[in-house]
Structure formats: structure tokens, C-alpha cells
Design a protein around this ligand. Structure first.
Ligand code: NAD
Ligand code: WQD
Length: 339
């Protein structure tokens, strides 16, 4: 059993990870500024697990709050989810992304060093890979220059953490490169709750199904893929949450900095997602083809062999599970965590 500081723990992936941590007997302290979440997600974490967690409302850029947390709690490791994640927004307000995602990661690492805490699991993204790589993407392939500022912040944060671990052997850092997280907790009490118009496919589909949006725009049907629509590696958020527990265990035994892909290894097209959603849930999803979205690649899916071999992690859930669970959450909570 360990005590884990979870930054961004009130968010989509963080809250699901808190459930898995608590159910495994770990103690959890969450630091979140609630800029893209609400405390209601943590209320539900506690209700689902019948366990207590500490919540501190605050910013990872705030050194004082970080010092107070490390002084008050004997933290063994940090899982760092906090950050901004909207690709389009990152082009409009780059400084906010540099600040939260790059300076925020530096701020956290400085406080960890002062506190003598050196185990870190970092939320990275498949977006760090060079677009010229052909899927399945493996960790030995070159990273690139991401086409948007969000991706750039993940790449820079990864590189800073690699250099930090290379310079000081006390650090033990896991870079988890997520593919496309979707799905929700089986209970239907927790899920993804984007503010405003969703940027990502899955919440857009569920919002059309529940009647909050009229029609899904499928961005491009002329890609070099089996049905012309984009192919991605969708991964159930509970499988992703469990990958963090596996990475934590690995980091307790090893030093240095290492990257792992967290995906299923299977690509699904946008049309396949829509059709499977309709079949599994018995709900129609209206859609229309529209032009390609700038910055999208045709195909991206993982080679997850390294995570399976080294972390002892194995994704359990199918695309059908992901789509059933996303819908279960959306239909029970048509307005997300808002009443
Ligand atoms: P999310 O927005 O639901 O969660 C992020 C949380 O961090 C939110 O609760 C937000 O309030 C908090 N936060 C943001 N800036 C903060 C700051 N400066 N100080 C304290 N808290 C702050 O997003 P998510 O989907 O759960 O993503 C979690 C992490 O995983 C992010 O770093 C994201 O970039 C990364 N990631 C997400 C995806 C995805 O598709 N969801 C894919 C790859 C990587
Ligand atoms: C999936 C597929 C779209 C919306 C993004 C970030 C990435 C990572 C995960 C954080 C694509 C298509 C989408 C819609 C559509 N995030 N689509 N209509 O772009 O693979 O990855 O989220 O790290 O960095 O770039 O995910 O869900 O936006 O798109 O047709 O309304 O669905 O073109 O083929 P993406 P997505």
C-alpha cells in the first residue's frame, strides 16, 4: 500500500484512476484546480469505493500548495494528470498550454525534489510520435514535431523528464503514451464530461445519441483506410487507469525514465465506432461526412507489446464494452456531472 498524489484527479482519467487506486488499497491525495472538472466526480469516487480521499483545490503552478501537500502527507509517488488537453484551444492560447503543461510539470518536479519524492507517472500521448511513422507505433520509433501546441507541450514535458532522470538517478519516471481513451466506469456513475462542444469523437457520439447535438460530422471519408474514415486505437478508461497501477509497481522497482504505449493494439474506423455504437446500444446516431479536420492522420494505433511484457498490463475491454459503457454513463447523466 502506498500514498499517491494524483494531480488532475478530478478529471476524466484521473477520477477513474482514483477508483482503481482506492480499490487496490492505496491512499490518495488529489490536487486539482477544477478548471476542467467538478468536485462531484470525487464525491462519486468516494461513493463507489466507500473509501476516503483527500482533496486539495489548487494549482500545480503553486509551489506553496505543493509544499504544504508534501509536508502534510507521506507521499510515495505522484501520478500527474493535471494539464490542458484541447488541441484546437492550444492553437488559440498557446501560453496557457505552455504554462499548465510544461511549467506545471517543472513546478511539480521541483516540489517533488524538495520533498524527496522521486517516483512519477506522467500522462503523455500518442501524439508525440512523428506523423511519418507507420502504425502499429512502437516506443522505439522517433518522436516528431507535433502539428499543434498541445502535442508540443507533451513532447517537451517528456523530454524534460527524460533529461531529469538521466541527470539524477533518484528519479523513476513512467511516460504513459495514451492512445484514445473512451468508455466509463461500469456503474454509469462516472465518465467523461467535456465542457462545451466536444472536440473528441466519443463524447460527440454520445451527445448526439442523447439528443444534445443534432448530427455527428465525420471528418473525412477519403482517407487511405478500409472505409475511408480515420482509424484510431480506442482504449477503455478503466484499462487505462489500471495501466497506471502497473506503471506505479514497475517504478517502485526501477529507476530511470521509460515510455510505454497504452492502447489495445487494434485500430477502429470512425464509421466502425458509429455502427458498433448503434448495434450495441440500439440507438441511431445521425451523421454526415464533412471535410478532413486539419492535423488529423489517417491511421494511428499502438504496438502495446512493451507495456504487456514489462508492466504486466493487459487491456480487458472490447470496443463493444467501451461503447456500451460510454452510453450507460451518458444516458444516466445527460448533463454530465451538472444536475
Ligand atoms: P481532464 O481535463 O478531464 O483532466 C485534467 C484535470 O487537470 C482536470 O480536472 C483539470 O481541472 C485539472 N487541471 C488542469 N490544469 C491544472 C493545473 N494547472 N493545476 C491543477 N489541476 C489542473 O483530462 P483527461 O482526459 O482526464 O486527461 C488527463 C491527462 O491525460 C492530461 O494531461 C491529458 O493531456 C492526458 N491525455 C489525455 C488524453 C485524452 O484523450 N483524454 C489522451 C492522451 C493524454
Ligand atoms: C478520433 C477520430 C477524427 C470528432 C485527440 C488528440 C490526441 C489525444 C486524443 C490528448 C479522428 C474523428 C472526431 C468528430 C470525427 N488527446 N472525428 N468527428 O484526434 O485521434 O486524438 O484526442 O492527448 O492528442 O489529438 O481523437 O476523438 O478527436 O478523433 O470524425 O466530431 O474521430 O477525425 O479520425 P484524435 P478524436
Amino acid at each position: 500500500m502506498a500514498k499517491i498524489l494524483v494531480t488532475g484527479g478530478a478529471g476524466y482519467i484521473g477520477s477513474h484512476t482514483c477508483v482503481e487506486l482506492l480499490n487496490s488499497g492505496h491512499e490518495v491525495v488529489v490536487l486539482d484546480n477544477l478548471s476542467n472538472s467538478s468536485e462531484e466526480s470525487l464525491t462519486r469516487v468516494k461513493a463507489l469505493t466507500s473509501k476516503y480521499l483527500d482533496f486539495v483545490e489548487g494549482d500545480i503552478l503553486d509551489q506553496q500548495i505543493l509544499d504544504q501537500i508534501f509536508a502534510a502527507h507521506a507521499v510515495d509517488a505522484v501520478i500527474h494528470f493535471a494539464g490542458l488537453k484541447a488541441v484546437g484551444e492550444s492553437q488559440q492560447i498557446p501560453l496557457a498550454y505552455f504554462d499548465n503543461n510544461i511549467a506545471g510539470t517543472i513546478s511539480l518536479a521541483k516540489a517533488m525534489e524538495r520533498a524527496g519524492v522521486f517516483r512519477l507517472v506522467f500522462s503523455s500521448s500518442a501524439t508525440v510520435y512523428d506523423e511519418a511513422n507507420i502504425s502499429p507505433l512502437n516506443e522505439g520509433m522517433p518522436t516528431g514535431m507535433p502539428s499543434n501546441n498541445y502535442g508540443y507541450t507533451k513532447l517537451i514535458a517528456e523530454q524534460l523528464l527524460q533529461k531529469l532522470a538521466a541527470a539524477d538517478a533518484r528519479w523513476s519516471i513512467a511516460l504513459l503514451r495514451y492512445f484514445n481513451p473512451v468508455g466509463a466506469h461500469k456503474s454509469g456513475c462516472m465518465g467523461e464530461d467535456p465542457q462545451g462542444i466536444p472536440n473528441n469523437l466519443m463524447p460527440y457520439v454520445t451527445q448526439v445519441a442523447v439528443g444534445r447535438r443534432e448530427k455527428l460530422a465525420i471528418f473525412g471519408n477519403d482517407y487511405d483506410t478500409p472505409d475511408g474514415t480515420g482509424v484510431r486505437d480506442y482504449i477503455h478508461v478503466v484499462d487505462l487507469a489500471n495501466a497506471h497501477l502497473c506503471a506505479l509497481n514497475n517504478r517502485l522497482k526501477n529507476s530511470g525514465c521509460r515510455a510505454w504505449n497504452i492502447g489495445t493494439g487494434k485500430g477502429s474506423s470512425v464509421l466502425e465506432v458509429v455502427k458498433t455504437f448503434e448495434q450495441v446500444n440500439g440507438i441511431p446516431v445521425s451523421y454526415a461526412f464533412s471535410p478532413r479536420r486539419e492535423g488529423d492522420v489517417a491511421t494511428s494505433f499502438a504496438d502495446n507489446a512493451r507495456a504487456v511484457a514489462e508492466l504486466g498490463w493487459q487491456p480487458k475491454y472490447s470496443l463493444e464494452d467501451m461503447l456500451a459503457d460510454s452510453w450507460n454513463w451518458q444516458k444516466r447523466n445527460p448533463n454530465g456531472y451538472r444536475k
